[in-house]
Design a protein around this ligand. Structure first.
Ligand SMILES: [Zn+2]
Length: 422
């Protein structure tokens, strides 16, 4: 009886204290524990690439460019088309990437219904006539069909969308996010490499024989370094854009950046999955695998090349003081390793997050520390478990405003420099 009473009191106390202490959080709360999956290669459906022609050869659609994805297109009459977007293989995360061009011999307005394999309409359409400058589709030309009922994630977005666009002889790009294929990423890396302390070299080859490149920012001969990677997942362009701003700040001309480079080297793999990016994949590499599950068994050449690079650097005597892997999801979120696991070593990460947040009060960003670090599977865990690196998954929202992404990347770099130079 007393035992029962005590346990009732204890439960009440726990419930009350949990209720009292529950932090007020808004926005995306983060994903749960990652399931353990095999990373042995699986078949991938290579996309047919080419030009579709309609209405007596007056209207055309094409997916034949870097990062293009359009798996089928049907003409329904009355200037209405239905586009089919499918994944490279399944099961797969719901990141239905699309990118195609459309044009016609005479100017006209058409409507395109976007449909997806086992997914809903995650990415808001962007338009461009040069493949470089993109603007979101005017909302007056966006019609959601079967709107989502959830508050966040795939359940909150429409099942299909119908978009209205004006087309003419000049091809119009319609894409899920801005295009940053391997050619454009290389242009950025080359532009950075005009600085005397920036060099780029190959550390391996992807499954389809694309270069795996490291950008090295190095002045002086110290053996402390920061490691940064991005684009394990092809559609995650917003993570890439924040990473780009982060790196440009660390490699910049400010006295702090100079001071940083006088004490630390910086290694960057800006494009972890060049095959997936150039083939317009939703998630996987050409081995049909989510690379961010392969940091335990290293069955894929892309992850192996970075593993071997890190092992080599450590053999050369390097100590890694910070590691970041940039991604995109439903909203900005930080995934550090929980302090009960990482202890004092992780203080820099939590201080860094706090300092960034203090400078960006306009946008609350959730933090979801992870206690699951073995098997390592994801890059952050591998960085910490195998190389003793305080490491984080830095996630940006699909729809986070682009000027805010740039600002966040810059401030994240400035705050990291401050902490590392203390
Ligand atoms: Zn990701």
């Amino acid at each position: 009886m007393i035992k029962k009473l005590l346990s009732t009191i204890l439960i009440c106390y726990l419930v009350l204290s949990c209720t009292n202490q529950k932090p007020v959080t808004t926005g995306y709360q983060g994903q749960g524990k990652s399931a353990i999956v095999s990373t042995l290669s699986k078949p991938v459906q290579k996309q047919w690439k080419g030009i579709w022609s309609f209405e007596d050869g007056t209207t055309f659609f094409s997916n034949d460019f870097e990062s293009g994805r359009l798996n089928g297109i049907a003409y329904d009459g009355n200037d209405h088309y239905t586009a089919l977007i499918t994944a490279e293989n399944t099961p797969i995360n719901v990141s239905p990437w699309y990118a195609f061009k459309v044009w016609s011999t005479t100017p006209k307005t058409i409507t395109i219904k976007m449909t997806y394999q086992d997914s809903r309409s995650r990415y808001y359409p962007k338009l461009s006539t040069d493949g470089i400058h993109f603007t979101p589709l005017d909302s007056a030309n966006f019609n959601a069909i079967n709107e989502g009922t959830g508050t966040f994630g795939i359940k909150a977005v429409p099942e299909f969308v119908e978009i209205k666009v004006n087309i003419s002889e000049k091809p119009l790009y319609i894409t899920a996010q801005e295009l940053y294929g391997s050619t454009r990423v290389k242009q950025w890396v080359d532009s950075m490499s005009t600085k005397p302390y920036v060099t780029t070299y190959e550390i391996g080859r992807s499954r389809e024989n694309r270069s795996m490149n490291v950008m090295q920012i190095k002045e002086g001969s110290h053996k402390k370094a920061v490691m940064v990677i991005s684009r394990q997942h092809p559609p995650e362009v917003t993570g890439f854009l924040a990473m780009k701003s982060f790196i440009e700040t660390l490699a910049g001309d400010s006295p702090e950046a100079q001071d940083f480079r006088n004490n630390y080297d910086l290694f960057v793999v800006p494009l972890m999955n060049p095959d997936g990016v150039d083939n317009g994949h939703w998630r996987h590499n050409m081995g049909g695998i989510d690379l961010n599950r392969d940091w335990e068994n290293f069955n894929q050449p892309e992850t192996r090349s970075v593993r071997d690079f890190l092992v080599q650097k450590e053999d050369e005597g390097y100590e890694f003081v910070f590691g970041a892997d940039f991604h995109s999801t439903w909203d900005d979120i930080y995934y550090p390793i929980d302090s009960t696991i990482i202890g004092k070593k992780g203080e820099i990460i939590f201080n860094w997050i706090e300092n960034i947040s203090n400078r960006l009060p306009q946008k609350h960003t959730n933090i979801k520390p992870s206690t699951d670090i073995k098997p390592t599977m994801v890059s952050r865990n591998y960085f910490y478990v195998n190389h003793d690196m305080p490491a984080i998954v830095f996630e940006l929202g699909d729809n986070t405003p682009r000027d805010f992404l740039r600002l966040k990347g810059k401030i994240a770099a400035e705050e990291l420099m401050k902490l590392l130079l203390q």
